[in-house]
Design a protein around this ligand. Structure first.
Ligand code: PLP
Length: 429
C-alpha cells in the first residue's frame, strides 16, 4: 500500500487505550476516535509490546502510560491545548502520511513553502483578534527570539532618542530594565524590590515624564507570582506590556496599551514564537539602523514574513486559540482560572504550615509562589509530590521555595490533586 506521496505505508492494527484511560483523571479533553481517522496518525505514535499507543506529538514518545500521565500532571506549560490540537479533527483532516503536522494535503508544517504561509498566519491572527477583541488600529506580529528579545526590540523600535520609564515589579521586569541599559534615557518609574516584590507598585504611583517614549511594565511576574489586575489608564504616554505569563488568561482592554508582547510558551502555543500586538501609530519610531527582522514596522508591512516565520508554532497557536474559543473565550477561562487559583490560595491561607507572602490584591492567578514555613521540608515536599505524580513544583532558582504554575492548560482537577497532597504532607509533618 502506498500513500498519496508515494511513501510506503505500513498499516499496523493498534490496540487503543480507552478514552478514559488515555485522557486520565487530570485532562479534561475529548479525543477523537483515532481508529476512525487514518493510518497516518499511527505513524506518529509508537506502539509498545501490548500494541498500545503512547507517543504523542510533539512530546512523545512516552515510554509508558505512567510517563504520559506524569506529563499531563506537571505544573508547567501548555498541555491540554496541544493534546487537543493533536487529537482534534482539525489536525486530523489534514493529516497525511509524513510524521509531522499536515497543513495542506501536500505539505506538512515543516516543509510548507513561503508563499503558503499567509493563510495560516491570517487564521491564527483572526482568532487572536477575536479572543482579545482587538481594535482595528492594532497589528499582530508573529516574531521570534522569545519575550526577552523584546527587551532590546522595544527601545530599538520606540525610543527614538527620547526617555522611557520602567516599572520593576519582579524578576522579569528587572531583567527587562537591565537589558534596556544598553540604551540611554532609561529610567525607573517605580520598584517594589525593597519589599522583595511582595506587592506591585500601584499604577497611580508610577513616576514618568509626559514626553517619555513609553512606560514599560510586566502584567504578571512569573517568578514572584505578582500580577496587576487593572489595565493602566494612562493616556498621554504609550504603555508597553510584557504579558508573557498571563495573556489569554482573562479579558483585557487592549486599547489601554500601546504594545503588548508575549512569549507563546505559556498560554498561546509552542516556545519559539513571540506574539506582539502594536498600535499602528507606534510603528514609525524605529531607529534607522534597526535590522529588518527586528523592525516592527518592516515585519508589519511584510505580514511577519520578512524572513521565514516559525510556522509550526503559529499553526499550533491557532489550534490552541480554537481550544479557547470553544471553551467560551476569555470570560469563561477567567472563571476557571479564578476558581483554580482561589482554591489553592484559600488552602494556603487556612494553614500555618504554608505561606504566600504576596499582597492579596496582586496574587497571580497563573503562578502561585509559596513556601513551607519550615523551609527545610521543601526538598522532601518535592520528592513526595513527584511520587504522587505532581511535577514542576520547585520554585524559580532565584527565590527558591515552591511554585505552582497553573496556566490555562491546567484543569481544576490538578489543583485538587495538589491540595490533597499538601494536606497530607502537612498532616504528616
Ligand atoms: C513574564 C515573562 N517575561 C519574559 C519571559 C521570557 O520569555 P522568553 O524565554 O520567551 O524570552 C518569561 C518567561 O518565563 C516570562 O514569564
Amino acid at each position: 500500500m502506498k500513500s498519496k506521496l508515494g511513501y510506503p505505508v505500513k498499516f499496523k492494527k493498534a490496540k487503543l487505550p480507552s478514552k478514559k484511560k488515555l485522557i486520565g483523571k487530570y485532562c479534561n479533553l475529548e479525543p477523537i476516535n483515532i481508529r476512525k481517522h487514518s493510518i497516518s496518525l499511527y505513524k506518529n505514535f509508537s506502539l509498545d509490546k501490548k500494541n498500545t499507543i503512547w507517543n504523542y506529538l510533539p512530546y512523545g514518545p512516552f515510554k509508558s502510560y505512567g510517563s504520559f500521565k506524569k506529563w499531563l500532571k506537571s505544573f508547567c506549560l501548555n498541555k491540554d491545548p496541544f493534546f487537543y490540537a493533536i487529537y482534534s479533527k482539525k489536525y486530523d483532516q489534514y493529516c497525511g502520511m509524513a510524521s509531522y503536522l499536515r497543513i495542506t494535503p501536500e505539505h506538512g508544517s515543516i516543509e510548507v513553502g513561503h508563499i503558503n504561509y499567509s493563510p495560516i498566519l491570517q487564521n491564527t491572527e483572526l482568532k487572536l483578534k477575536k479572543l482579545l477583541d482587538l481594535p482595528k488600529n492594532y497589528k499582530v506580529l508573529f516574531l521570534q527570539g522569545g519575550a526577552v528579545t523584546q527587551n532590546f526590540m522595544v527601545p530599538m523600535n520606540l525610543l527614538d532618542r527620547r526617555t522611557a520609564s520602567y516599572v520593576i515589579s519582579g524578576y522579569w521586569s528587572k531583567r527587562t530594565f537591565s537589558d534596556a541599559q544598553a540604551f540611554s534615557g532609561i529610567n525607573i518609574a517605580a520598584s517594589s524590590e525593597s519589599i522583595n516584590f511582595t506587592k506591585a507598585p500601584k499604577i497611580d504611583s508610577w513616576e514618568y515624564k509626559k514626553d517619555d517614549a513609553y512606560i514599560h511594565f510586566c502584567l504578571n511576574e512569573t517568578v514572584h507570582g505578582v500580577e496587576y489586575f487593572d489595565d493602566p489608564n494612562i493616556k498621554n504616554v504609550p504603555i508597553v506590556c510584557d504579558m508573557s505569563s498571563t495573556i489569554l488568561s482573562r479579558p483585557i482592554d487592549v486599547s489601554s496599551y500601546g504594545v503588548i508582547y508575549a512569549g507563546a510558551q505559556k498560554n498561546i502555543g509552542p516556545a519559539g514564537l513571540t506574539v506582539l500586538i502594536v498600535r499602528d501609530d507606534l510603528l514609525d519610531f524605529a531607529d534607522k539602523k534597526t535590522p529588518s527582522t527586528l523592525s516592527w514596522k518592516i515585519q508589519s508591512e511584510n505580514n511577519s514574513m520578512i524572513n521565514t516565520p516559525s510556522l509550526y508554532g503559529i499553526y499550533i497557536a491557532g489550534l490552541v486559540l480554537d481550544w479557547l474559543l470553544q471553551r467560551g473565550g476569555l470570560d469563561s477561562i477567567e472563571k476557571i482560572n479564578l476558581k483554580k487559583s482561589n482554591y489553592l490560595y484559600d488552602f494556603i491561607d487556612s494553614t500555618d504550615f504554608y505561606i504566600n507572602n504576596v499582597d492579596k490584591i496582586n496574587r497571580s492567578r497563573m503562578n502561585v509562589a509559596f513556601n513551607i514555613y519550615n523551609d527545610e521540608l521543601t526538598s522532601e515536599f518535592l520528592v513526595g509530590a513527584e511520587k504522587n505524580g505532581l511535577f514542576g513544583l520547585k520554585g524559580h532558582r532565584i527565590i527558591g521555595g515552591l511554585r505552582a504554575s497553573i496556566y490555562n492548560a491546567m484543569p481544576f482537577e490538578g489543583l485538587v490533586a495538589l491540595v490533597d497532597y499538601m494536606k497530607e504532607f502537612k498532616n504528616t509533618h
